[in-house]
Design a protein around this ligand. Structure first.
Ligand code: UDP
Length: 363
């Protein structure tokens, strides 16, 4: 009945639905939730686009990906420059000359580099996030800006996490607070939900429909299936359960036009129970009279919650590889996205992966 059934209407699913529709494929999107967009969804409150599932900032170094993203709705010129709060002080992120000045009083790149060398641990082959972070930014900065935040976010000791997580953050010897190195960055002016809904235009979508509850039925109806849900759930957890982290938000409307002066403040100490405070209007230079803020709390995922982050420690990676081996044997099912590939994907990488996968599917 369908050339392609896409399970999940997150970014991966929406990009593929758009490409399939353009190519004239008969395509159906099945979505378990009552709305499209997965975790990039936002909703308007007090005239402000509220990122319902956490702050999303689109960035890419590839012009093709940027052009693709802008095909649907235009993006603004937002630059992500979050701050960190620790012990009553505020620090700029990512790790740059402003941060070195605030923490060490160093004023030139030479002074900063010298100070960092005194602080850095010698780990030629860092085995975990802590060793990697200390070898990058030194122990003081690690203790102030990384350790508490990381352990709250992942619910694990930094010594039990892989080094690559911290490699996402730039370290630079210029006074530049841009969190990303990519030349293209912004937030869809109309919001993320209208952006992905534009991708879905012309495609049949069934909301409130649980693919796994009727797996055999749907499988018979499709030439190909793109599954973007959790890979262990697809196999009914036969090999065991993968772990995920999830976040929950306490969102409040405040009767002030500007609460914290910036889109995101990270609370990098252990004592504050939340990881960050998001003030949504600043992603779009909002001038509304009120503001909406969300405190973000990180916890382990349990059934019934929305999974957000794969936990890329050794146990989970090993288990994922076993599921991936099963997936490879599938004839008509392709697995994609953060949950389908158990991968800490950014939005631009999701688009790249979906574009590449689409090329392969057409062969
Ligand atoms: N991180 C940190 N302190 C911060 C911000 C980030 O230690 O103030 C670490 C933390 O381990 C986190 C990783 O850097 O998991 C990647 O951060 P990013 O902001 O990329 O995470 P995301 O936005 O995907 O949640």
């Amino acid at each position: 009945e369908y050339d392609l059934i896409i399970v999940g209407s997150g970014l991966y699913g929406c990009v593929t639905a758009y490409l399939a529709h353009q190519a004239g494929w008969r395509c159906l999107v099945i979505e378990k939730r009552a709305f499209t967009g997965g975790n990039i969804r936002d909703e308007v409150r007090e005239g402000i686009n509220v990122h319902s599932y956490g702050p999303h900032v689109f960035h890419t170094r590839h012009q093709e990906v940027w052009d693709f993203a802008n095909r649907f709705t235009p993006f603004n010129h937002f630059r992500y420059c979050p701050l960190a709060r620790y012990g009553g002080n505020m620090y700029n992120l990512p790790f740059n000359m402003h941060t070195f000045y605030q923490l060490y009083g160093t004023q030139t790149p030479e002074e900063a580099a010298l100070r960092l060398r005194q602080e850095q641990g010698l780990y030629p082959h860092p085995r975990n996030l802590e060793e990697k972070a200390v070898s990058m930014v030194g122990r003081t900065m690690y203790e102030t800006l990384i350790k508490g935040y990381t352990e709250k976010q992942w619910g694990r000791k930094a010594t039990e996490l892989p080094p690559f997580i911290i490699e996402r953050l730039p370290l630079r010897f210029t006074f530049d607070n841009n969190y990303f190195n990519d030349p293209y960055q912004g937030v869809p002016m109309a919001g993320y939900s209208p952006w992905v809904d534009k991708m879905l235009e012309g495609t049949e979508v069934r909301l409130n429909t649980d693919f796994l509850a009727d797996k055999d039925y749907w499988m018979k109806k499709a030439g190909h299936v793109l599954y973007t849900g959790a890979i262990d759930a697809f196999y009914d957890y036969v090999l065991g359960k993968l772990e995920y982290r999830t976040v929950r938000f306490e969102t409040e409307v405040l009767d002030t036009d500007n609460y914290q002066g910036v889109a995101v403040v990270n609370y990098t100490d252990r004592e504050t129970p939340y990881t960050r405070v998001i003030e949504h209007k600043h992603f779009e230079f909002g001038t509304q009279k009120k503001t909406v803020i969300s405190r973000e709390y990180s916890t382990d995922w349990k059934e019934g919650m929305e999974p957000y982050y794969p936990v890329n420690d050794a146990r989970n990676q090993e288990l994922y590889q076993k599921y991936a081996a099963l997936a490879e044997k599938e004839e008509k099912v392709i697995f994609g996205g953060r949950l389908g590939e158990y991968k800490y994907y950014d939005m631009d990488k999701v688009i790249e992966a979906a574009l590449n996968q689409w090329e392969k599917m057409q062969r």
